[in-house]
Design a protein around this ligand. Structure first.
Ligand SMILES: Nc1ncnc2c1ncn2[C@@H]1O[C@H](COP(=O)(O)OP(=O)(O)OP(=O)(O)O)[C@@H](O)[C@H]1O
Ligand code: SF4
Ligand SMILES: [Mg+2]
Length: 298
């Protein structure tokens, strides 16, 4: 196994009060695997992914559990490239930081242009000499993917890499990650709020709600037979191209509350049509059915 995360818990303490946005999360990524973590905003997806690189603020975040990584390097494509790229450094200088030390400047420059070209940027030389503000959102994300590739990673973590992009650019960026993964053999951990993006692209999916994985398994099985009401809600919310144009879009009522307001029992109960007394009193244990794990009493 390339990556194994076991019982990950991330807590924040402030003025004697503790919130736990990530609670007992376990998942694996095999060598060359394509694994997704899916859930709405505020479910703890980014914190989970950031913890792989020990990036949550260490002065406030209390992280426990075990993470075993058997590869050499993890690269991270951040959620919002315009916030993550350094605005006062040219793209080329930022990508060079990820290249092996000891290369001559000319060789490093040539490699930067080659990496940018691999991401499909039409004028990679211009992009190399540009500042981030001179690139569009899609171009910035491609530059960030070039930076990720510079480290020749065994695992690419792509944290909602398309949230800030229009639908056409979203598709291009995801196809770019797919093709680079196939070409280099790197494994991919894709974080997304859109369950529609994992079909045909990922092998395994972990559905996350309120800091916990509520359903996990092979994408084909989970999408064909979603067992958890939250997975069903996410799936119903993916618009179908062949649906009548005036059909209302399905949604999950309510929103994810902040971690300090997650209820006892099943955290999804306030939004779940099947919730009963037991759901409100006890946290459902994980049940294994074949290769699928889910946490729901019903
Ligand atoms: N540094 C922090 N201190 C305190 N709370 C935090 C911190 N970082 C994140 N949180 C809280 O943890 C919860 C999960 O945050 P996270 O960024 O992991 O969500 P997410 O699933 O990635 O959402 P999104 O889809 O919006 O990116 C949120 O409620 C957030 O407010
Ligand atoms: S345990 Fe109960 S509240 Fe939670 S998802 Fe299942 S049916 Fe809904
Ligand atoms: Mg996030």
């Amino acid at each position: 196994m390339l990556l194994e995360v076991k019982n990950l818990r991330i807590a924040f303490r402030r003025e004697g009060h503790e919130t736990v946005p990530v609670r007992d999360v376990s998942f694996t990524v095999p060598q060359h695997g394509r694994v997704a973590v899916v859930g709405e905003s505020g479910c703890g997806k980014s914190l989970t992914a950031l913890s792989l690189l020990r990036l949550p603020p260490t002065d406030r975040a209390y992280i426990s559990g075990t993470t075993t990584f058997t590869g050499k390097r993890i690269s991270y494509v951040f959620q919002n490239p315009s916030d993550s790229l350094n605005p006062v450094m040219r793209i080329s200088a930022q990508i060079r930081e990820a290249l092996p030390k000891g290369m001559s400047k000319a060789a490093a420059e040539a490699l930067v242009v080659e990496l940018l070209a691999r991401t499909g940027l039409p004028d990679p030389k211009r992009a190399a000499h540009a500042y981030p503000c001179e690139l569009s959102g899609g171009q910035q994300q491609r530059a960030m993917i070039a930076m990720a590739l510079a480290a020749a990673p065994d695992l690419l973590v792509a944290d909602d890499p398309t949230t800030a992009l229009d639908v056409t650019t979203q598709k291009q960026v995801l196809e770019l990650i797919d093709s680079l993964a196939a070409e280099t053999g790197m494994a991919v951990l894709l974080i997304t709020h859109n369950l529609g993006l994992v079909a045909g692209r990922m092998d395994e999916v972990n559905v996350m709600y309120a800091g916990q994985i509520v359903e996990a398994g092979p994408v084909l099985e989970v999408l064909a037979n979603p067992r958890h009401p939250y997975t069903r809600g996410l799936l119903a919310a993916v618009p179908a191209l062949d649906a009548p144009r005036d059909a209302p879009l399905a949604d999950i009522p309510g929103t994810v509350p902040p971690p300090d307001q997650w209820p006892d029992g099943c955290a999804f109960a306030p939004r779940c049509a099947f919730a009963d007394e037991r759901c409100r009193a006890e946290n459902p244990p994980v049940t294994v059915v074949g290769s699928v794990r889910h946490a729901c009493f019903h």
